[in-house]
Design a protein around this ligand. Structure first.
Ligand code: 13P
Length: 344
């Protein structure tokens, strides 16, 4: 495959395909495993992720890339070969989470700033050797009374831009992920408040990317959708989410960005699929719109697997179905009828 950043970015958002976010940190994967009463051991994490990456047809058809956690990019599969090989054998691109997590921001109660810039150049060089061709950095922006502050938006956008520039210097496509969260500690805001904050955050991020000399053709944006907070009384309907999200992105994201791959952020899997499909049906759009889902791609498969080797085939079927539904959504062609057809 071509090693040009533009070509890698275009492949990541190719029509009908999207990204599998399987980069849960040790703490997050433990939470996911707790929900199915499975222990978070190194072997269980390996077996679970191997189950996903070995879903050959689903990977080949619908998964353009996989975001990995540091442990997984170094891990061997049950056949003694790197798990990364399963991903490349399916024609999919390995990627790596490189941020060190969102930490309490000094002087900014209730807000977070993402860490991980120190030593990042050297880590990117190592990840490149391990096969990564794209990376991810997630910034977290919470909405509450008087929040976010400009200090928090600015610091997170600046860190995202410095990360993105370092990635490109090292032949790696940056996924730039500023997440305005829908399930934070308060999360009682409506979709209009989410719109206002998302617009502010994206404008700030693109100003910082410009100043950091990031080549927009060689990046992928991973934003939240414009949606009400989990605890809001006033929930937005699917059409409203789609319309507001597209309007917000059109007013903030330059057309030179090849693709936008949404996070699911706490939406149910079917909601995340429906929203994406409605947006694509509104086209033509300046960029490809697709998914980079974690929970919304994995929830059904995780439950089917439940930590038992005997459930692998069933879990792969659940994953294949979800991947196919999101593949259809990335073309604006998902429907409730398709949803009902379980994977053959
Ligand atoms: P969710 O789709 O579960 O929000 O995860 C995507 C992701 O990679 C968050 O950083």
């Amino acid at each position: 495959m071509s090693e040009r950043l533009e070509d890698i970015a275009a492949a990541m958002v190719a029509k009908g395909k999207g990204i599998l976010a399987a980069d849960e940190s040790s703490g997050t994967i433990k939470k996911r495993f707790d929900s199915i009463n499975a222990e978070s051991t190194e072997q269980n994490r390996r077996d679970y992720r191997q189950m996903l990456f070995a879903s050959r047809a689903a990977m080949r058809r619908n998964i353009s890339g996989v975001i990995l956690f540091d442990e997984t990019i170094r891990q061997m599969g049950s056949n003694g070969k790197p798990l990364v090989d399963l991903i490349t054998a399916a024609g999919s691109i390995p990627g790596i989470k490189v941020d060190a997590g969102a930490k309490e921001m000094a002087g900014h109660p209730g807000e977070k700033v993402t860490e991980g810039l120190d030593g990042l150049r050297e880590r990117l060089q190592e990840y490149y050797k391990l096969g990564a061709r794209f990376a991810k950095w997630r910034a977290v922006i919470d909405i509450a009374d008087g929040l976010p502050t400009w200090g928090c938006v600015k610091a997170n956008a600046h860190a995202l831009a410095r990360y993105a520039a370092l990635c490109q210097e090292n032949g790696i496509v940056p996924i730039v992920e500023p997440e305005v969260v829908m399930d934070g500690p308060v999360a009682a805001h409506d979709a209009d408040r989410c719109y206002e904050v998302t617009e502010w955050v994206l404008n700030t991020v693109f100003a910082e990317l410009f100043e950091a000399r990031v080549m927009l053709e060689g990046m992928v944006l991973k934003p939240n959708m414009v949606i009400a907070g989990k605890n809001a009384k006033n929930q937005a309907k699917p059409d409203e989410v789609a319309e507001k999200t597209v309007r917000c992105l059109k007013s903030t994201v330059p057309a030179s960005v090849p693709g936008i791959a949404f996070l699911s952020g706490g939406q149910s899997d079917v909601e995340a699929t429906e929203h994406l499909s409605l947006m694509n049906a509104m086209g033509p759009l300046p960029w490809n719109l697709t998914f980079s889902y974690g929970r919304a791609l994995q929830a059904a498969a995780l439950k089917s697997w439940s930590g038992k080797p005997g459930n692998i085939a069933k879990a792969q079927k659940a994953f294949a179905h979800r991947a196919r539904m999101n593949g259809l959504a990335a073309r604006g062609k998902w429907s409730k009828t398709e949803e009902k057809k379980k994977a053959a």
